[in-house]
Design a protein around this ligand. Structure first.
Ligand code: PGA
Length: 259
């Protein structure tokens, strides 16, 4: 059985004092879920050290929101390598988030390079894919998702692919309050699993963790996580509110118990 995972993406939010309060609360409230699910927090780069020192990795693990596409130390102003993230105790790294794709024009080739960097540092990438509203309205969802997946995974062998986490995040649902319906999300998750099965075999596809992201909150988490191919969530706004994030984690734990 797949173990559910909930990852909180703080994006560009936080201050030292605020982080301390939020993380202290989460650590206290989520300890009992340690065996049931995996929980990850991805604070901004400058707060990784602060947050990492407060976490008990048996309960909540540290994640980063981005990584340099360059692997070697060198003249890359403003960048932070996967090895540096690993040095700080980071275990997961978001790659290909739609905000990176749009704000920094990251294309599939750049994303493939970043995936390789994360993997070579022994960290787990959370690869994000998702269509825009225009693409959904033009009935291009499967085409877009398949191409983002195939291009990003190009060059990885099945062992490497099996160590990834995937996240389906429809761009139109991110930060908009519009969530995909559980059925819409499930249809794309099933498609992602089928795509993986056709390329890497059913056993590998069955083991892959596929998260849903896009306006997940306490009120809709249970229904989303109750879908057969949704194995947890990538949470933005609601990850900044301890009661919301805790309730989302509990919904994921319940879905694991329910099967
Ligand atoms: P949201 O963000 O939950 O605020 O919609 C999700 C994400 O971008 O990962």
């Amino acid at each position: 059985m797949r173990k559910a995972l909930v990852a909180g993406n703080w994006k560009m939010h936080g201050r030292i004092e605020q982080n301390q309060l939020l993380v202290e609360t989460l650590v206290a409230q989520l300890t009992d879920l340690a065996d049931a699910i995996d929980i990850v927090i991805c604070p901004p780069l400058v707060y990784l050290d602060q947050v990492g020192k407060m976490l008990n990795p048996d309960v909540i693990q540290l994640g980063a929101q981005d990584v340099s596409r360059f692997g070697q130390d060198g003249a890359h102003t403003g960048d932070c390598s996967a090895a540096m993230l690993a040095d700080l105790g980071v275990r997961y790294v978001l790659v290909g988030h739609s905000e990176r794709r749009s704000d920094y024009a990251e294309n599939d080739q750049c994303i493939a390079t970043k995936l390789a960097q994360v993997l070579s540092a022994g960290l787990t990438p959370i690869l994000c894919v998702g269509e825009t509203l225009e693409q959904r309205e033009a009935q291009q969802v499967e085409q877009v998702i398949a191409s983002q997946l195939i291009e990003a995974l190009e060059g990885l062998d099945s062992h490497a692919v099996s160590s990834l986490v995937l996240a389906y995040e429809p761009v139109w649902a991110i930060g908009t309050g519009k969530t995909a319906t559980p059925e819409q999300a499930q249809a794309v998750h099933a498609f992602i699993r089928e795509t993986l099965a056709s390329r890497y075999g059913q056993p590998l596809a069955d083991r892959m963790i596929i998260l849903y992201g896009g306006s997940v909150k306490a009120a809709n988490a249970e229904q989303l996580f109750g879908q057969a191919d949704i194995d947890g969530g990538l949470i933005g706004g609601a990850a900044l509110v301890s009661e919301e994030f805790t309730a989302i984690c509990r919904a994921a734990a319940n879905s694991t118990i329910d099967g």
